[in-house]
Design a protein around this ligand. Structure first.
Ligand SMILES: Nc1ncnc2c1ncn2[C@@H]1O[C@H](COP(=O)(O)OP(=O)(O)OP(=O)(O)O)[C@@H](O)[C@H]1O
Length: 263
């Protein structure tokens, strides 16, 4: 998304033989994980519950440190909180005392963006995520889907180097989820940013990503990295009708239903 550095590293994120053991746990959460995320790529991470998907994002965000191995961001080891990363978690985590405008503009305020520019950007993003008319509403007055829209706008508005999303559409109904998936596709295709997106949902991974990183059950290891060949811009409606979509879905499904992934 942004060009914070004069010559951005071609790899936004790289995990090198990363193992993470939580204190007192009887086995590592993830073990010997290596993969990379190219700059400008949309990578989905998929795997069974508890395989370490959130742990991967927490390591990328610098909220956890590897027990062994290294995590690199923009060609440099992550040694503390990665302030270049925007993190959208399962819960929207909006500030209840701030309106939609206030929540969306928070990161710009922290970055001391001049007020006029801030207001322009906020107006733009309110429109982009379809919240016109709700600018002055507070989070408690919004539906779950609207709260997610605010969280997504809040993360993307300041053009972060990388966006980390942890099942952001998890608790939503199927129709709201589909709408938001298409909205995210459109927004991301416009911004051409780097995005790592954790999901349980095979369809969602294929709709959205350039590559799907498939993890095995805990301790999490990388089982496969599958490229998603569909051109952009994508329309979910036409994707699902294509034979290539079913083929890729079946490939992914067979990875999960095969015996050795279950240990
Ligand atoms: N703070 C912690 N202390 C100890 N163990 C933890 C901690 N956080 C996660 N774990 C363990 O690490 C493993 C990986 O957890 P993680 O939350 O990364 O999995 P996940 O794939 O994101 O799961 P889900 O899909 O259910 O959200 C699990 O076995 C979990 O119990």
């Amino acid at each position: 998304m942004s060009n914070d550095h004069p010559a951005p590293h071609p790899e936004a994120l790289r995990f090198e033989n990363v193992t993470l053991e939580f204190p007192g746990a009887h086995r590592p959460a993830i073990e010997d994980v290596s993969f990379q995320v190219g700059r400008g790529k949309f990578v989905a991470v998929i795997g069974p519950s508890g395989c370490g998907k959130s742990t991967l994002l927490n390591l990328a965000a610098g909220l956890l440190s590897p027990t062994r191995g290294e995590v690199h961001f923009d060609g440099r080891p992550v040694t503390g909180v990665n302030s270049a990363a925007a993190y959208v978690t399962q819960q929207a985590h909006l500030l209840p005392w701030l309106s939609v405008r206030g929540n969306i503009g928070l990161a710009l305020k922290f970055r001391k963006t001049p007020k006029e520019e801030r207001n322009e950007k906020i107006d733009h993003w309110i429109k982009l995520v379809g919240l016109t008319g709700f600018e002055d509403h507070f989070p408690r007055e919004l539906s779950g889907g609207m709260q997610k829209r605010v969280a997504i706008a809040r993360a993307l508005i300041y053009d972060p180097s990388i966006v980390l999303m942890d099942e952001p559409f998890g608790p939503l109904d199927a129709i709201t989820r589909l709408r938001l998936q298409q909205d995210l596709l459109n927004l991301w295709e416009e911004q051409q940013g780097t995005l790592v997106f954790v999901t349980h949902d095979l369809n969602e991974a294929i709709y959205l990503a350039d590559e799907v990183v498939v993890m095995s059950e805990g301790p999490g290891t990388i089982r496969r990295v599958l490229p998603v060949p569909f051109e952009r811009p994508r329309q979910i409606g036409s994707l699902v009708e294509s034979p290539e979509f079913s083929e890729l879905y079946n490939d992914l499904w067979s990875l999960f239903s095969s015996e050795d992934v279950r240990h």
